[in-house]
Design a protein around this ligand. Structure first.
Ligand SMILES: NC(=O)c1ccc[n+]([C@@H]2O[C@H](COP(=O)([O-])OP(=O)(O)OC[C@H]3O[C@@H](n4cnc5c(N)ncnc54)[C@H](OP(=O)(O)O)[C@@H]3O)[C@@H](O)[C@H]2O)c1
Length: 294
């Protein structure tokens, strides 16, 4: 399969490259070569590359920056998504748009299935929900994949790293760390997501919306505590509540996956196992936690 990835030099892109090795051909133009907000440039590269599938991982996803610059966020997350989907449709390529749990309002304690109507509560979520809809309108072969709380070796370029490394860095400097304990989500390994995205494309059966995240859920505080426990690190960690002056974020945005099995995917790995694997690969897993991998 020939895969063209926009936003391919970021965190997810780095793991997609690894997952494709020896398996699929991956092309990832840099943002400086093709900006997704430039419809003509997007169309040109899709026409040149003639990919089987186009995956759009480009995003403006720093939540505070999106509130400050809604126009710029909309340009990348919504108009850019439309540009990519339309160009893919014109070449007969499958289009995969990577979206987010932030399209939901977070009021559902039981989590969200794929068909739950989006009701975003911040600008980032609104622009991604608009992107989802525009992608569906532009391309009959569109696939929307929602994911959440990514951690990957490359770290998110748009957010400046990943949460796990931020926590470990703060602990190594013996800084006091207070982390929100009133927002639940499904932390997701970028490498697991990359693998599942490929499996979805390989199935040849993908259509519509999918929730691809690691299984289970926790709060950000619990994620930090588990990271320190697995890494054998002492940290000055305390839980805190969300503050009213912060940009609103969903309280519970757990993604329930009811559709990937129908496309032949195996069950998602629990987030704690995925975190353990990530720390092991970075040589950060505490020796006492090491059990042989299958
Ligand atoms: N990270 C998370 O926790 C998380 C959670 C839920 C969903 N997601 C979604 O997952 C996807 C991948 O996230 P990620 O963590 O891999 O993000 P990332 O590391 O920030 O990567 C995003 C990539 O998009 C590129 N980009 C930004 N604006 C662009 C534009 N106008 N044209 C072309 N490329 C552009 C960036 O290039 P530059 O670095 O050069 O700007 C970067 O390479 C995104 O769609 C995001 O919304 C992420």
């Amino acid at each position: 399969m020939r895969l063209l990835v926009f936003g391919g030099w970021g965190q997810l892109g780095a793991d997609l490259v690894l997952a494709c090795e020896g398996r699929h051909q991956l092309v990832r133009p840099h943002r400086s070569e093709v900006d997704v907000t430039d419809a003509v440039a997007v169309q040109r590269v899709v026409r040149e590359q003639r990919p089987d599938a186009v995956l759009n991982a480009a995003a403006f996803h720093k939540v505070e920056a999106c509130e400050a610059e809604p126009g710029a966020a909309f340009a990348v997350n919504a108009v850019g998504a439309h540009n990519v989907a339309r160009a893919a449709a014109a070449e007969g390529s499958v289009c995969v748009f990577v979206s987010t749990d932030y399209v939901f309002d977070g009021m559902n304690d039981d989590g969200y299935v794929e068909s739950h109507p989006p009701r975003p509560i911040n600008v980032y979520g609104v622009t991604k929900a608009a992107g989802e809809r525009l992608v569906e309108v532009a391309s009959p072969r569109a696939v929307v994949v929602r994911t959440s709380g990514l951690f990957g070796h490359a770290g998110s370029s748009g957010k400046g790293g990943n949460f796990i490394e931020t926590m470990l860095g703060m602990a190594s400097r013996d800084e006091p760390i207070s982390v929100v304990d009133d927002r639940r989500f499904s932390p997701t390994s970028a490498s697991d997501l990359a693998e599942r995205l490929l499996q979805l494309l390989e199935s040849g059966r993908a259509a519509g919306i999918y929730h691809l995240a690691n299984a289970g859920s926790c709060s950000w505080f619990e994620l930090a505590r588990t990271t320190f426990e697995l890494a054998g690190v002492q940290a000055r960690l305390t839980p805190r509540a969300s503050r009213p002056d912060e940009v609103p974020r969903p309280t519970s945005s757990v993604l329930r996956d009811t559709r990937s099995e129908g496309a032949g995917l195996p069950p998602a790995r629990p987030w704690r196992e995925a975190l353990e694997r990530y720390l092991r690969e970075r040589n950060r897993l505490d020796d006492r936690m090491k059990v042989p991998l299958e």
